[in-house]
Design a protein around this ligand. Structure first.
Ligand SMILES: [Fe+2]
Length: 477
């Protein structure tokens, strides 16, 4: 093999992160190379797609893959690793029947014209495949899906505890993938989207095992909304012009996400709600853009500041199709950290870029959520081409620090503050990294301030590229 081919092979080796994992249940004790801070004694759990087929049927999209939890418990110089699939109805159906039984994000169970005709009379269930964020519903630990389905799990054993349903009549086929837990109020805020003749967004509060509406607004064409903004006083829904026609939604033979169209002429609308009363305060409009992930939002003086990672179009969604992500490393668009500034008295909105580097899978330290903050962590890549191949620490003033190692592909970073931190970045950054050259994964521990490596714990095999992670201190699980 010539030098050029060797380099190409190494650079495309992120594809090992999109293979189904075997065996399904596995445990291993990992040994640290380097020094783990003595105070790091909790548990790091990541969730992500880890099975990409049902029988001989291949799934289409990264978001379709069946969710698996991976647990890393820190214990001195060792880390105990364990994994387990999230036992959603979608996963257990596929496991037990070798067929696809639920409508996934970009894969529909109906394959033939006959199947589609039947599905018009008896539509298959929307997936409850919880392969996304790890959040809190009160004292319950849950993982969420792109549908209202959320699944409670045990952070110790990773066993599925309950498929969560709510005894209410709130309507919505989509629940925002990123509900937000507010530790100050011990409530979780989320958004339901209903796609029907009377479509709507409903902002809900989840507390004490119950879900209650904060506010609801009728919409003509609902958008695909993966996350939203929350401050102590406000909830802001950013309605991108990536919208679905509700009148053809149930009749279409296209998958869920394929039914959304990019309509830039609509622009982007911000729906600003008072979090307490639910009153819609304003709906300023901006230029057309798209985002998957909000970073943070907070109030400062007479302004509401809202940070998110934006794209000029929603092509990032298509770029995560498995055909594309496994083979085409040049088509992954670059998200940009952008700050929207809303003046609270007249709700005028302006925006500016906060950093020049492409950024995705953003994370901030938990105690700064909904508050003024200084640092965003995320994964980055060269401006054009390549998969996410570096970790970034971006100061909201724009300066950026990078961790990079050739042929490695870090997953979403998780910020863990030190006990009694002296500064916002006093602590460590955790990431599950794919090592493409050795075809295995390792847990990486970076110093939060210097962004240099403290330790790594290699596994003996690769773990599929994760979507989201969470750290639990010893008293949380
Ligand atoms: Fe997400």
């Amino acid at each position: 093999m010539g030098t050029e081919n060797r380099i190409a092979s190494r650079e495309s080796s992120h594809a090992i992160g999109f293979r189904s994992v075997t065996p399904e249940q596995y445990e291993q004790t990992l040994t640290a190379e380097g020094t783990i801070p003595s105070w790091l004694t909790g548990t790091y759990v990541v969730n992500g797609p880890a099975k990409f087929e049902a029988g001989d049927r291949s799934l289409s999209h990264w978001f379709d893959g069946f969710g698996m939890l991976h647990r890393f418990q820190f214990d001195g110089d060792h880390v105990h690793y364990r994994r387990r699939f999230v036992e959603s109805g979608a996963y257990t159906h596929a496991r037990d029947t070798d067929t696809l039984g639920y409508r996934e994000f970009a894969t529909d169970p109906s394959e033939s014209c006959f199947d589609r005709a039947v599905s018009l009379l008896a539509p298959p269930s929307v997936t409850d495949n919880a392969n996304g964020p790890l959040v809190r519903y009160g004292d319950r630990h849950v993982v969420t899906a792109e549908s209202p389905g959320a699944i409670e799990f045990d952070p110790e054993t990773l066993a599925t505890v309950d498929r969560i349903t709510f005894d209410d009549d709130l309507a919505g086929q989509i629940s925002c993938a990123h509900p937000q837990y507010d530790p100050l109020t011990d409530e979780t805020i989320s958004v339901l989207t209903r796609i029907a003749r009377q479509s709507s967004y409903t902002v809900v509060r989840i507390a004490d095992g119950e879900r209650e509406p904060i506010s609801s607004i009728a919409v003509d064409r609902p958008c695909y909304m993966h996350s939203f903004a929350l401050t102590p006083t406000y909830v802001v829904l950013v309605e991108f012009p990536y919208v679905v026609n509700p009148f053809t939604f149930r009749l279409s033979d296209r998958s869920f996400i394929e039914q959304f169209d990019w309509r830039p002429e609509r622009g982007t609308r911000l729906l600003v709600f008072d979090r307490s009363s639910g009153r819609l305060l304003a709906q300023p409009r901006m230029d057309a853009f798209f985002a998957l992930h909000h970073v943070n939002a907070f109030e400062q003086s007479d302004e509401l500041l809202l940070d998110l990672l934006t794209y000029s179009t929603p092509e990032i969604v298509e770029a995560f199709s498995l055909d594309s992500i496994r083979t085409d490393r040049s088509s992954l668009p670059s998200g940009r950290l952008r700050r929207l500034r809303l003046t609270i008295d007249d709700w005028a909105v302006s925006s500016r870029s906060l950093a020049a580097h492409p950024l995705e899978r953003p994370e901030i330290v938990g105690h700064r959520r909904t508050q003024p903050y200084q640092f965003v962590y995320g994964v980055g890549k060269r401006d054009t081409g390549s998969f996410y191949d570096r970790l970034l620490k971006v100061e909201t003033t724009g300066s950026t620090t990078c961790w990079h190692e050739p042929a490695t592909f870090p997953g979403e970073p998780t910020a863990v503050p030190a006990p009694a931190p002296g500064s916002e970045d006093d602590g460590v950054i955790l990431s599950l990294v794919l090592d493409g050259s050795d075809e295995r994964s390792f847990v990486l521990v970076l110093d939060g301030e210097t962004f240099t490596e403290l330790a790594r714990m290699p596994l003996d095999h690769p773990i599929p590229y994760p979507r989201h992670g969470q750290y639990y201190s010893t008293d949380e699980c």
